[in-house]
Design a protein around this ligand. Structure first.
Ligand code: PEP
Ligand code: MG
Length: 918
């Protein structure tokens, strides 16, 4: 075996495999000139060789190397290991290539014995301090190296404190601590049958073995299994032997932790805490309240100055915000550890921008150090991190952000309460398009069924509202207007809080922290756009959504789901009329009323997105979704029938009154006011309408509507619906062009599986186009394209490209179709178990399945562009906002990703990462 121990001055600071993370770090800090207590590292290789040996002996020549290193330490410190006048004390610490906090063993104050203790007292002039250090060492060494449990030590210590009536350790005097040491030495004798090892080198040898052994301790093995730490990531532990420095040797001593910049705000100012006359453990244990570092300016001005220098040195070397530990011993500052600081998103973004300006980072580094997903914190409100409460239910984190409000169980009630200025959470089993007005009025949406691509999830994401979907532990009773979660009952009007980022639901109102889209974030995303190749578009259904998406930096609209425009409460009755119409003429009448409304929608959208592509998808969902459900209609018909009987009865009564009058010569009608009644014929008319709607609902019923009469199939069976939409788009375009606007509409057809479908629609699009150009007397440009969300569409991409000028992958449906997993059900029923058992690594509705769905996409791109070179191809499924999927989209050569507005910043950064990591 090669060299087994390296002084901090000679070890390779980058070789964590050999020296462990902590050891390599101590070497690097020493070599850049920081004042690190002197020490050396024993390699992980030595550990492995020791663990592999049969005789339990340390590898040959190790102790010779250790003695040589100790000799060097003695020279550097001027102290002597085992000296009775000025003893050198060391710590013996574990440290593998991967951080495993608290999983392995550490011994402090090694080198103390009955002789060196005297030297320590002489040197420090503080006997109390020396005894305290000794009793800590005996216990820790006894436990780690000799295998004695803490209990006998703790019992004796407690007895001594009790007998003196003392509560805190700090209250113990020198004599009491000396007594403790004696008692502890007796425990060692009793438990091991031998006296405490006095020879410091024997202590050191036993300690090294103990740290090596802790690599195979149960705690460490469990930790590695839990966090999937494999031998190629970390194998064996190094042992760091470091000169002890003490922050608890008087009032000119201190210990603390610092950040080179504020980790909460990113402000370029040192931030941290310290305690005078204390040990590191005291800061961590929270026994005393630490002081802010600014106070050090007054208490120890010279030390504060040196800390500022240390801070500058750390940043200029590591080019990253550092989180460091320090100790001040008798006016000398030591840096014990440094690592990259963990910060919140606001601080990450601010420090990226400022450190680029200061020349510490390049723009590329400034972008790459931020995890795109982390930006979510800055884009949505979140629960106040200081509030700790238990969740009452867990669902899927379907749309991020946090919100509180009164639980309401239907959209009308949500709208009513919302309009009165109340905060509400719409709580339903699942939502339907007709609930849309409830979404507008609510702070957040909670459903007990459905997945991350359910209606509730997709609509909430589009609006940037929090949503927890599929919280199956909640049972909603719409009749009683309450929800039950185990024993907990949520009545209408009770406050609840949602966290759409974690999927948790809480009782009551919990404070939230607002989102912070800062100027620095804008700057950073500007840099991202410069390096990204993928464009980032938004899924936006209304001019309002589009305007919001623009603020997030959307470069166009990648998907406008037109059906969302139909759900406005004022339009829905016209849409229903269109659907239930018995004749073509009746349907056309309803469509004629919808045309100007749609035209205005599209005009608004095109105006907001002027000079940018706007991809408008024609009607997609099965039309029964716009109608009330069968049970609801049946209930309403029953109620109307009761009303009919009442109305008829009231009429009979009014006639009968006259009879009463004539009977007895009384004037009853003068005394009893006749009930004001509804005209029964009106009620009858309403009943007939509802009955015919019920018939329609039944005729439109589908067992599996997701695979049924929807998308282009609907466009072919009811061409007048698509005609109206195409006309509205082209007329809106013509009006914009007439106003001199540069608008770029693209008409997209959903659910296409064969080119013949495209040809059919294209044919009437062309004739409407000719009519519009003629009637407006100007040139109207548009593009015509297809969604690829059906497996056959991918396989026939070459043929589709003959007609389609662009493609957009609808990966929500394409994932559903490729796996044959229902997107509404899979996420709640079996996917969690699939993930747990590693049958599937991810949820394919969230993270694009590269191997299956991705393969289809690659083939479709190749075949599509084989027919139409440079064809624009993008993605508009939910995966378009997921960083890992965005990287894949970049790799396979897509032109753009499209995602909900609030995810646009995340996607912009992820697109930049994809380019930079190529
Ligand atoms: C898709 O299927 O990916 C898509 C964008 O369409 P929708 O979610 O509206 O079905
Ligand atoms: Mg789809």
């Amino acid at each position: 075996m090669g060299k087994q121990a390296f002084a901090f001055e000679e070890g390779d600071g980058k070789n964590k495999t050999l020296l462990g993370g902590k050891g390599a770090n101590l070497c690097e800090m020493t070599q850049i000139g920081l004042n690190v207590p002197s020490g050396f590292v024993i390699t992980t290789e030595t550990c492995l060789s020791y663990l592999a040996s049969d005789d339990g002996a340390l590898p040959e020549s190790l102790m010779a190397e250790v003695r040589a290193q100790m000799g060097q330490l003695e020279e550097k410190t001027g102290k002597k290991f085992g000296s009775a006048s000025d003893p050198l004390l060391v710590s013996v610490r574990s440290g593998s290539a991967m951080s495993m906090p608290g999983m392995m063993d550490t011994i402090l104050n090694l080198g103390l014995n009955s002789e060196t203790l005297k030297g320590e007292i002489e040197q420090t002039g503080d006997a109390r301090f020396a005894y305290d250090a000794y009793r800590r060492f005996i216990q820790l060494f006894g436990k780690v190296a000799l295998g004695i449990s803490d209990e006998p030590f703790d019992e004796v210590f407690a007895e001594i404190k009790n007998s003196k009536g003392i509560k805190e350790d700090i209250g113990l005097s020198e004599d009491e601590l000396a007594l403790t040491c004696d008692e502890f030495l007796k425990i060692v004798k009793q438990q091991t049958g031998r006296t405490f090892p006095e020879d410091p080198y024997e202590q050191l040898e036993l300690a090294i073995k103990a740290v090596f052994n802790s690599w195979m301790g149960k705690r460490a093995i469990d930790y590695r299994r839990e966090f999937n730490i494999t031998p190629d990531m970390a194998n064996g532990t190094a042992v760091n032997i470091v000169t002890m420095v003490f922050g608890n040797r008087g009032d000119d001593c201190a210990t603390g932790v610092g950040f080179t910049r504020n980790p909460g705000t990113g402000e370029n100012q040192m931030y941290g805490e310290y305690l005078t006359n204390a040990q590191g453990e005291d800061v961590v244990a929270g026994i005393r309240t630490p002081k802010a570092l600014e106070q050090l300016v007054e208490e120890m001005p010279e030390m504060h100055k040196q800390l500022e220098e240390l801070r500058a040195r750390l940043e200029s070397h590591y080019c990253e915000v550092q989180d460091f530990e320090f100790t001040i011993e008798r006016g000398v500052l030591y840096c014990l550890q440094t690592r990259n600081g963990k910060m919140n998103a606001v601080a990450m973004v601010r420090t990226s921008v400022e450190m680029e300006r200061e020349g510490l980072l390049s723009k590329e580094q400034a972008l790459l150090r931020i995890n795109p997903q982390h930006l979510e914190q800055m884009l949505y409100p979140r629960l106040d991190p200081n509030v700790r409460v238990d969740a009452i239910a867990q669902g899927l984190p379907a749309s991020p952000g946090a919100a509180s409000g009164m639980a309401v169980f239907d959209a009308d009630k949500a709208e009513q309460l919302g309009n009165e200025g109340n905060m509400v959470i719409l709580l339903r089993e699942e939502t339907k398009p007709e609930d849309i007005h409830g979404f507008f009025a609510s702070q957040g949406i909670l459903t007990s069924r459905g997945g991350k691509t359910s209606h509730a999830a997709v609509v909430a994401r589009g609006m940037g509202k929090p949503c927890v979907a599929g919280a199956e532990g909640i049972s909603v009773d719409i009749n009683l207007r309450q929800a039950n979660i185990g024993d907990i009952v949520i009545k209408e009007g009770d406050w609840i809080t949602l966290d759409g980022t974690s999927g948790k639901v809480y009782q009551g109102q919990i404070a939230t922290v607002e989102s912070e889209f800062t100027a620095e974030l804008n700057t950073l995303l500007g840099w991202a756009d410069e390096v990204a190749r993928l464009k980032v578009m938004a899924n936006a259904d209304t001019p309002d959504d589009a305007a919001k998406a623009m603020k997030y930096g959307a470069m166009g609209v990648g998907l406008c789901r037109t059906e969302r425009m139909f759900n406005d409460p004022e339009r829905l009755p016209i849409v229903i009329e269109m659907i239930v119409a018995d004749t073509k003429l009746e349907r056309q009448e309803a469509l004629d009323r919808l045309l100007p409304i749609q035209r205005a929608d599209f005009k608004g959208l095109l105006e907001v997105m002027s000079a940018k592509n706007v991809i408008i998808r024609l009607l997609d969902p099965p039309i029964h979704e716009f109608l009330p459900s069968e049970p609801q209609l049946q209930r309403e018909i029953e109620q109307l029938k009761h009303l009919y009987d009442m109305a008829a009865g009231a009429n009979v009564l009014s006639h009968s009154m006259n009879l009463l009058d004539s009977d007895a010569g009384r004037r009853v009608t003068d005394k009893v006011p006749l009930p004001s009644v509804v005209d029964p014929s009106l009620v009858e008319e309403a009943i007939n309408k509802k009955i015919s709607m019920l018939k329609k609902v039944r005729s439109l019923y589908e067992t599996n509507p997701m695979l049924g009469h929807r998308g282009v199939r609907l466009g072919i069976t009811f061409p007048e619906i698509y005609s109206m939409q195409i006309r509205a788009i082209l007329e809106a375009t013509a009006e914009c062009v007439a106003q001199g606007l540069d608008v770029r509409p693209q008409i997209m057809i959903p659910q296409v599986s064969t080119v013949e479908e495209l040809k059919f629609i294209k044919q009437f699009a062309e004739s409407i186009h000719a009519e519009v150009e003629k009637s407006y007397n100007l040139k109207v440009e548009y593009k015509f394209g297809s969604m690829l969300e059906v497996v056959r569409a991918c396989m026939r991409a070459e043929s589709l490209a003959e007609v389609a000028e662009f493609f957009s992958f609808g990966t929500n449906d394409l994932s559903q179709a490729t796996f044959s997993f229902s997107r509404e059900d899979a996420e709640n029923k079996f996917l969690p178990l699939y993930n747990e058992r590693n049958i599937l690594q991810d949820n394919p509705f969230e993270v694009l399945d590269r191997k299956g769905v991705g393969k289809l996409m690659e083939l479709a791109i190749k075949w599509g562009r084989g027919c139409r070179e440079n064809m624009s191809i993008g993605i508009c499924g939910e995966h378009g906002g997921h960083p890992d999927s965005i990287q894949f989209c970049h790799q396979i050569g897509l032109d753009y990703v499209s995602c909900s507005g609030p995810r646009v910043p995340i996607a912009r950064l992820a697109a930049a990462h994809a380019s930079l990591c190529e």
